[in-house]
Design a binder for this molecule. Structure first.
Ligand SMILES: [Zn+2]
Length: 383
């Protein structure tokens, strides 16, 4: 059965490589794409050009796959293989010198972080240190809980912990750049040889030396898989910690705050971003927005507040814009047009209670109201 790799055909210069190609045959068959031996998930799509060019084959399909090279050991070349049944189409491309250098650098940082983490690991189930670490599993000698190792990051999430944190499988990719304040803290601490915990790091485009990325998703930049309520590190492991737009997604932010404090050395700094007036944005869950007072209260009695301020990326204009944008998007077209034409003065002067019967208010479904609601009502019956 024929297969062909369209791209890449020339020197690769980016960590993110899009592989495209096609397969043809007598009947639909599952194809597999690998890059340097690693299987890459692919999507199929119609390829009329292939179908027309190969009328002798009843089945033709295009395929596209995205490989993130940071998940692979550094190499000078990429061996791309599309296999379909016993047949294999193989194509080799070179990697640019610049990419190879970045790739080596990334791998070295990953290895250094892994070595650091292995020394400082602590069982997230019972709190014991001195874990048994093999390539297949990390095992707690005290409580015998085993953490099977499957991906690239050190996996310290057991099934009970996943249930406790209500983790959900998600295809969303959370990727935000460091804020200027976080970058300044990281620079300051790492410059004097310190190590920083990035709790809920998301997918970082590039690793920063001596920053340990903790996540619930195994991104290429993730060092350790863990839940915030049970960090798998010994007390006083880190010189500082950052947690940016994470605590609103944590089921127990009080416990998570205590964990952050526990793993940072006395005198170490913590930088925490948490939204207040942000609409619901589920990744994968969104529990608690916080006022400045609430955020500060999480750490009360265990840390000195150096400052609690609104950074430029937290300016109220983002809240106003986000809210209005979601409001407009939730309205039927006619109502959106007339609502959109209202001035800010008109909105502010509005008798909101009387406006509830207006199509510009009624037009919002319960579903679109919830993420931007002023208030929710919960009605329950105790067990
Ligand atoms: Zn244990």
């Amino acid at each position: 059965m024929p297969a062909y790799i369209d791209r890449p055909r020339s020197i690769v210069d980016s960590e993110i490589v899009e592989v495209t190609g096609w397969v043809a045959g007598p009947a639909p068959t599952a194809a597999m794409v690998t890059v340097n031996g690693m299987a890459i998930a692919h999507e199929s799509y119609e390829r009329p050009d292939v179908r027309d060019a190969m009328p002798q084959f009843p089945f033709t399909s295009g395929l596209t796959a995205i490989a993130d090279l940071r998940a692979l050991p550094p190499s000078r070349t990429l061996d791309i293989i599309v296999s379909i049944n016993q047949d294999r189409e193989r194509h080799r491309v070179e990697v640019s010198d610049a990419l190879h250098d970045r790739w080596l650098d990334e791998a070295a940082k990953r290895a250094a972080n892994r070595a650091f983490c292995k020394i400082h690991l602590r069982c997230p189930a019972c709190g014991a240190t001195g874990l048994e670490i093999t390539s297949a599993a990390v095992t707690c000698k005290a409580c015998r809980v085993a953490f099977p190792q499957r991906g690239h990051a050190l996996d310290m999430i057991s099934v009970p912990l996943a249930i406790e944190a209500n983790l959900a499988i998600t295809a969303n990719v959370s990727a935000n750049p460091y804020t200027p304040a976080a970058l300044a803290l990281i620079d300051r601490v790492t410059a004097r040889g310190g190590v920083v915990l990035d709790c809920g790091a998301g997918s970082r485009p590039q690793r920063t030396a001596s920053v340990i990325n903790v996540e619930i998703v195994d991104y290429p930049s993730t060092d350790v898989l863990a839940i915030g309520e049970a960090l798998p590190f010994a007390d006083h492991t880190f010189d500082a910690a950052v947690s940016l737009a994470v605590l609103e997604h944590v089921r127990d932010p009080f416990k998570c705050a205590q964990e952050l404090l526990r793993v940072v050395k006395p005198g170490g700094e913590l930088l925490i971003d948490v939204p207040f007036l942000q609409p619901v944005h589920g990744f994968p869950h969104h529990y608690y927005n916080m006022t400045a007072q609430g955020l500060t209260n999480l750490f009360a009695g265990r840390a000195e507040v150096l400052s609690c301020t609104v950074p430029p990326h937290g300016h109220p204009i983002f809240a106003v814009q986000w809210l209005l944008r979601d409001y407009l998007a939730g309205l039927p077209r006619d109502a959106a047009t007339t609502f959109g034409a209202m001035t800010v003065d008109e909105l502010v002067a509005l008798n909101a209670a009387a406006f509830l019967g207006d199509p510009r208010a009624q037009g919002l479904s319960q579903e679109t109201q919830s993420p931007i609601a002023c208030l929710n009502t919960l009605h329950i019956q105790r067990l």
